[in-house]
Design a protein around this ligand. Structure first.
Ligand code: ADP
Ligand code: GLC
Length: 487
């Protein structure tokens, strides 16, 4: 099969979150199964692209009563998957990919990502005629919409099917109704059965209506999004299309995340030879300027976008009790000002045991996975979550809320049998978090039990192969289905 993927970020070129990890690894895993794969990404200021050739000098794309002329570059293949970049400096040569917490989203995001989606289709036509186009999140959600509207008469796409992956239903691409005309799309799309959503235009909804198949990144989240609690208002539509909604758990790339050979760590370790982890912990304490006397205390790590999704409000709720417990905390992240301030305040009040770095820092993210004893992820919702899966590999025991991919990947520790890989709680309350962290701290005191728990965690295998096979199965179903869908 020939699969074309479209996404707004991908490792090793650009990254703000887990989406990039998936888009960097899944195409390679599909290519390893013997399929032809290409990925199309925007070229941003941050895009690391040392060598690229011009594949198409200029596309002609109308957006906003104007013609735009982006170029298409071909980058280095990712282990068998081809890579293309839409180069259009007026839209993409900026510091922030989508916007900043201070200034908000870029106001021209609807134009930027509609241009990108059209450029994906033009790239497909000219350079890589696919069987299936696989789109990720709202930034490429207009691809299936365009296929069924402006490109509906185009014979090149007659038999092309679409898969849309939801990595996060919380980000939908909501814009005022007049963007439709501005983008050259018909007013007939502004109906509840199509893109209209509470008086706005909803890009993601467009993809949910017009794609042949829809999936999300864990089985549990695929169920959750069909309920009012997690559906962000789209549960009705998802329920209506339930026969084409599935969940496929993300894999992780152990070439990047493996304590046995991770070059960003101070020392290496394996399940058989765990000693290196202590050197990593020492290094981590030093990196965060916490006193070395903490070496024998449990060290809890956080790497996160500080947003409401990630459960920082639970930590805020019980901060006073938490800080009375005997452990150290290192947190790395950026995001909402109130959460950045919370961690800064805690670090100021407890300089001996709590430290925070407000930054996006891949090296430090690896050092936390390597050096911490536990990894805290109390998410309100979590489509998949990658950090807890990395944590397992590093013997850094996850303490998580049982939601989405966190629930699917972490098995609760059972002291009676010694089985399990972590600790999880169900209720979204600070008290539940506190109780569960206390339980973990209690088990930590029993060195034998804890070592067993670490080895259980490190033995888990979430490499991409199995998930890639599930995706290939989905592509197979979509093959030749042609234009969709729920429209
Ligand atoms: P999400 O995509 O919702 O942010 P995931 O757990 O799926 O959550 O993926 C987050 C990814 O982004 C991980 O690879 C993690 O290491 C990385 N990451 C998040 N915040 C930071 C940060 N402040 N510095 C470095 N890496 C980060
Ligand atoms: C999103 C989700 C996260 C998931 C990632 C990759 O950013 O928040 O849970 O792991 O996408 O699919």
């Amino acid at each position: 099969m020939r699969i074309l993927m479209a996404a707004s970020e991908g490792v090793p070129f650009s990254k703000t979150g887990g989406l990039a990890d998936v888009v960097g690894a899944l195409p390679q895993a599909i290519a390893r199964l013997g399929h032809e794969v290409a990925v199309v990404l925007p070229r941003y200021r941050m895009t690391k692209l040392p060598e690229a050739r011009t594949a198409l000098a200029s596309l002609t794309i109308p957006v906003g009563q104007k013609l735009h002329f982006p170029a298409v570059l071909e980058g280095p293949p990712l282990d068998g998957a081809r890579t293309f970049f839409i180069e259009y400096p007026p839209y993409f040569d900026r510091d922030a990919l989508y916007g900043t917490p201070e200034a908000g989203d870029h106001p021209d995001n609807p134009e930027r990502f509609t241009l990108f989606s059209r450029a994906v289709l033009e790239t497909a036509k000219a350079l890589f005629p696919p069987d299936v186009i696989h789109c990720h999140d709202w930034q490429s959600a207009m691809v299936p919409v365009l296929l069924n509207t402006l490109y509906a008469g185009d014979p090149a796409f007659e038999r092309v099917g679409t898969l849309f992956t939801i990595h996060n239903l919380g980000y939908q691409g909501l814009f005022p109704p007049d963007v439709l005309a501005h983008l050259g799309l018909g007013w007939d799309l502004f109906q509840t059965e199509r893109l209209e959503f509470w008086g706005k235009v909803n890009f993601l909804k467009g993809a949910l209506v017009y794609s042949n198949y829809i999936n999300t990144v864990s089985k549990k989240y695929a169920q959750e999004i069909q309920t009012e609690e997690y559906g962000f208002g789209l549960q009705g539509l998802l329920l209506r299309r339930a026969d084409v909604v599935t969940g496929i758990l993300n894999g992780v790339d152990y070439a990047q995340w493996n304590p046995g050979n991770d070059r960003l760590l101070a020392a290496h370790f394996t399940p058989e030879k765990l000693e290196g982890k202590r050197a990593c912990k020492k290094d981590l304490l030093a990196q965060f300027k916490l006193p070395a006397k903490n070496l024998d205390r449990p060290l809890v790590g956080i790497v996160s976008r500080f947003t409401a999704q990630k459960g920082a409000d639970l930590i805020a709720q019980v901060a006073d009790q938490l800080t009375q417990e005997d452990f150290c905390l290192v947190a790395l992240g950026t995001g909402d000002a109130e959460y950045e301030q919370l961690f800064r305040r805690l670090a100021q009040e407890y300089p001996e045991k709590i430290a925070v770095r407000i930054a996006y820092d891949n090296t430090l993210a690896h050092k936390i996975e390597g050096g911490a004893d536990m990894f805290l992820m109390p998410s309100r919702y979590e489509p998949c979550g990658l950090n807890q899966i990395y944590s397992l590999k590093y013997g850094t025991i996850p303490v998580v809320r049982a939601t989405g991919g966190l629930d699917d990947t972490i098995e609760p520790y059972d002291p009676a049998t010694g089985a399990g890989t972590g600790f999880k709680f169900h209720d979204y309350t600070g008290q539940a978090l506190l109780d569960t962290l206390r339980a973990a701290l209690h088990v930590y005191k029993n060195r034998e039990g804890w070592t067993r728990l670490m080895r259980n965690a490190m033995a888990k295998d979430f490499s991409w192969d199995a998930s890639a096979r599930e995706y290939a199965g989905l592509y197979q179903k979509i093959l030749g289905m042609g234009r969709a869908a729920g429209a």
